[in-house]
Design a binder for this molecule. Sequence first.
Ligand code: C5P
Length: 216
Amino acid sequence: MKKKYIKVAIDSPAGAGAGTQSKLISKHYKLFYLDTGKIYRVLAYNKLKNKKIFNLSFIKKKIKNLRINELSDKKLLSNEVGIESSLIAKDKKIRKLVDKLQKKIAYNPPKGFNGSCLDGRDITYKIIPDADFKFFLTANINIRAKRRYKELKRINKKIKFSDVLKSIKKRDKNDFQRKVSPLKKTKDSILIDTTNLTIKSCFLKIKKIIDRKIYN
Ligand code: C5P
């Protein structure tokens, strides 16, 4: 590899496959992976647990003391936490605090990694505007809801497809239409529609794009 340190930025609506692909990219190129949505989810989970203590000073403290392994807690995956996180994510002050942490990780990944890979909603233009690779992943809404339904069914047997579809629609609306850092495809991002792609074929497509640049 000619260029040792690389930054990959991926934006996408929920269920488009960004998390899966980011993990594969990170593993293959030995990049530090950060699922930025999980930070909003940690905050949302805490808000749902106790609304009374959820203020800016609590949030600051929570972000400061956040441990990376906290982000893989299964309780963050629920539909309720997902919707609440998209509401929290509209708050300018909260975003400012979260942005700072994300940038720190993107530009200073832990030792031993060849760079970083972040996925979220505003990574390509706000968090890593100078990323070496920018992707916008998307897919048909029914397919996205089906994928999310399958994931959620594993942790909640009673979950209904119609509820998952409804919550994806709600989150899309919140994320695409908000004033602060809306989800959008930037001109310099490569669009990948994952509707008819398998996990492997999508990864190979992304790998081809990355390899072409780093090995030339
Ligand atoms: O990616 P995930 O679905 O876990 O994200 C949860 C919510 O967090 C999103 O619906 C979005 O509102 C918010 N988010 C964001 N900016 C990011 C990542 C996530 O606003 N960079």
